[in-house]
Design a protein around this ligand. Structure first.
Ligand code: URA
Length: 215
């Protein structure tokens, strides 16, 4: 994505470990089990970045030597919302780092005629408005379903929403930023473009298929 058109809300986590692991994932010869493990490892690193500005407070504790005001996270536990089905691959790694997070799921498919997202499942905590929300969706392609999912979360009360994806296309970044300029997007890379079938190029293929060995 050209620097002049890079939205302020886009955070590209181009850490050497992330890029190395992503290159292994892109390779079409990487087997599903390795693909899943790499996704889990990258999602830990993305989780580290997306939680960097969480609010903090202090709590009095006693170390073996003395009392201290120790920094701890403030407020309610955050919510991770997985957009089915590929979102679950990112979710698992995130949970390794954030084991107490609440979990939401949104099921969407694309109507073959209208090409619009159709919702078949929506379940999130009822107090979502009081928690930071991290939406996980590995491939930000057209951005249509992601923008739709974020709107559904806002309709349910979410106020602090952050998006984590593994790979993004410029088209998807543009769409989500236009609809939700308040939502920061964390991704390992922004690729060149979408092809005629809506796949990210160079990309890594269908993330769900690569993860679950379906094809
Ligand atoms: N979804 C995928 O899994 N891959 C793409 O390249 C685009 C959307």
């Amino acid at each position: 994505m050209a620097a002049s058109s890079t939205p302020k809300t886009l955070v590209v986590v181009d850490h050497p470990l992330v890029l190395h692991k992503l290159s292994l994932m892109r390779d079409k010869n990487t087997p599903s089990a390795v693909f899943r493990q790499l996704l889990r490892e990258i999602s830990l690193l993305l989780a580290y970045e997306v939680t960097r500005d969480l609010p903090m407070t202090t709590q009095k504790i006693e170390t073996p030597l003395t009392e201290m005001d120790a920094p701890i996270l403030k407020g309610k536990k955050l919510v991770i919302v997985s957009i089915l089905r590929a979102g679950n691959g990112l979710l698992e790694g995130m949970l390794d780092l954030l084991p107490s997070a609440r979990i939401g799921h949104i099921g969407l498919y694309r109507d073959p005629v209208t090409l619009k997202p159709v919702e078949y499942y929506f379940k999130v905590p009822s107090d979502i408005g009081e928690r930071p929300v991290i939406v996980v969706d590995p491939m930000l392609a057209t951005g249509n379903s992601t923008a739709y999912a974020i709107q559904k979360l806002k309709d349910a009360g979410a106020r602090d929403v952050r998006l984590v994806c593994l790979l993004a296309a410029p088209e998807g970044v543009k769409r989500v930023t236009a609809d939700h300029p308040d939502v920061p997007i964390y991704t390992a890379a922004v690729d060149s473009h979408l092809n005629d079938h809506g796949y990210i190029v160079p990309g890594l293929g269908d993330a769900g298929d690569r993860m679950f060995g379906t094809k």
